[in-house]
Ligand binder design. Sequence first.
Ligand code: AMP
Ligand code: MG
Length: 341
Amino acid sequence: MNKIETKLAKAGDEILDEAAELLKSGGIAAIPTETVYGLAANAYNVEAVRSVFRAKGRPQDNPLILHISSTEMLYDIAERVEPLALTLAEAFWSGPLTMIFPRKKHVPAETCGGLDTAAVRMPRNRFTLALIEKCGFPLAAPSANTSGLPSPTSAAHVYEDMNGKIPLIIDGGECRYGVESTVVCIENSDTVRILRPGAVTPEMLREYCHVVIDSGVLEKLDAGAKVLSPGMKYKHYSPKAEVYIVKGTDNSISSFLNSHGVNKTGFLGFGSEDPADCVISFPYGKTAEEQAENLFSSLREADAAGCSEVYVRMPDTAGMGLAVYNRLLRSAGFRIIDTEK
Ligand code: AMP
Ligand code: MG
């Protein structure tokens, strides 16, 4: 790929027209959202969408989420909108909930990884909503990282991965949540299936309907297994360092790190452990919300510090912890060390 000049611009009125023109002419740009940064293209422009796949090195069968700014846009994409989907849209949009709909024929198959469905969400970011509105079409936007690496939660992370590959990065500050949206499909009139957990938690969805958590959320998929959400089958969110999940108490984890830690061993803990001096600590928080916010950036920091292995303390899986654990399992290739055994 030829290197191109990458412009970094602060989100605001000054860049809005330029970004909209770029996207209207088939260009791509990194945009801020409340979950992670997205790499956006006109969802209806096949060439633009291909540029996104190329810049990320994303497998062609991993579909993109279409970001909208109004329910009219949803009806332009979806062949059918179930009443439950409308209820959830009313409850959680704008916000970190993505829903899957049967797609209309004019939505390109390339955007949707060849599936008959399209994933749609309305992001909660003022600039990005204004940008979509100005464009007048949905923005297909996967996370703005190189495929396989931890998702970007700041413009600096996007720059690390995308400098020289995309013309524009819009800096909207640090992402509020730090993990990607919750992805659900409507199972029947009163049930949704969670394909990817996020900041809209099972507990929050249960206020409105029954919730099934797909087995792919916490289990390793067999090779060749048919998956509802193609993104779940790929190794994902992994830094260069080898990641292992460590399970146990403050004491058992501390003694594990004392005996296994060597120079440049990295550790993401809750801050209450006492690792050996040679271990480099990147506390990622005590609450699920803090852990979600810091997980990807701490993994990137561990790489920047030259860690060759990183141990990450297993989070509690209640609430948003399910999203943290789901990302961590993939990042660690499902390797878990029980330090109490
Ligand atoms: P990312 O763009 O990195 O946030 O990943 C998008 C996620 O949404 C991936 O896990 C995809 O598999 C999932 N996704 C997007 N479109 C669909 C769809 N039509 N059906 C099922 N999952 C989808
Ligand atoms: Mg991604």
